[in-house]
Design a protein around this ligand. Structure first.
Ligand code: IPE
Ligand code: IPE
Ligand code: MG
Ligand code: MG
Ligand code: MG
Length: 294
């Protein structure tokens, strides 16, 4: 199966599961359930969720276990929450997301804030429902909560907004932002797939390295798309430039950023070179992340 076909099949599996797990829009209080679903559907690439399943497969599971799917959905809900809050006037102030008005534009700021909170909370409810040995479920919760907190995604978001407009193009800060605001959740998706898929310590180490490399790459490409593609993610072009964000192209220039993407993908592939054919989907995803145009 080629990677595009694989990603589209997996996206359908994730979409169906998300629809099943999420509270229905008609449940009281309707407005919050509508707002949660508005931010989740029709959704984006579902790449984090797909990584959970692909990592589960790479460590010899079939990548189709119920617990993996629940964790994949939980991570996708966390991602959706992070985007709602990222678009708020107080953070990136973006009026569009995935080609439609962002959550606070469609509803209002209060509902958008609460929908983000609700998605984050519901994600952990879903994780608590995983029927697997308690050690694996607890490890999964520990892994995810650490990755999205102040030592991970939130830390990255804080430094991202604090660095807006900064004149000194400081490389360690730039790397911190990218590896934390985006890299942490991507890396954790791979690790969770490994944990729930029954991977051993060595596999977890290799997959964690792979996750770090593709996670950083993902945000460098996001920065490049912000400059190059009209309406990436259905958003305004050059949104980063307007806000004077600390980005890879701003610090290194476009060509050098592209070169770094190539090198990072090579490193990610090397991290899992000793895995068998069951890691082919992870290999395909790494290449997709390096080459993506959306
Ligand atoms: C966008 O993520 C925000 C970042 C963390 C870079 P994605 O590009 O994965 O967004 P969707 O979910 O596919 O729309
Ligand atoms: C978003 O990064 C990171 C998180 C939501 C945690 P960006 O601000 O670069 O994402 P886009 O460009 O709005 O999708
Ligand atoms: Mg942002
Ligand atoms: Mg943003
Ligand atoms: Mg961006």
């Amino acid at each position: 199966m080629d990677i595009k076909e694989y990603l589209s099949t997996q996206k359908n599996i994730i979409d169906e599961a998300l629809d099943y797990y999420l509270p229905k829009a008609h449940e009281y209080p309707q407005i919050i359930h509508e707002a949660m679903r508005y931010a989740v559907f029709p959704g984006g690439k579902r790449i984090r969720a797909i990584l959970v399943l692909a990592a589960g497969e790479a460590v010899d599971g079939n990548g189709k276990e119920e617990g993996l799917l629940q964790a994949a959905c939980a991570i996708e809900l966390i991602h959706a929450y992070s985007l709602i809050h990222d678009d708020l006037p107080a953070i990136d102030d973006d009026d569009f997301r995935r080609g439609k008005p962002s959550c606070h534009k469609k509803f209002n700021e209060a509902i958008a804030i609460l929908a983000g909170d609700a998605l984050l909370t519901y994600a952990f409810y879903l994780l608590s429902k995983i029927k697997d040995v308690p050690e694996k479920v607890i490890k999964t919760c520990e892994e995810i909560s650490y990755a999205i907190g102040t030592f991970g995604m939130i830390g990255g978001q804080v430094v991202d907004i604090e660095s807006e407009g900064s004149k000194n193009l400081d490389v360690p800060t730039l790397e911190y932002i990218h590896t934390h605001k985006t890299g942490a959740l991507i890396c954790t998706s791979v690790k969770v797939g490994c944990i729930l898929g029954g991977g051993d310590k060595n596999q977890l180490h290799s997959l964690s390295q792979y996750g770090k490399h593709i996670g950083l790459t993902f945000q460098i490409v996001d920065d490049l798309l912000d400059i190059e593609e009209g309406g990436k993610n259905g958003k305004k072009r050059k949104s980063d430039l307007l806000k004077k964000k600390l980005t890879y192209p701003a610090v290194y220039g476009v060509e050098s950023s592209k070169k770094q993407v190539e090198l990072l993908i090579e490193e990610a592939l090397a991290d899992i070179a000793h895995f068998n054919h069951k890691a082919d989907h992870l290999r395909g995803i790494a290449q997709f992340i390096g080459n993506r145009r959306y």
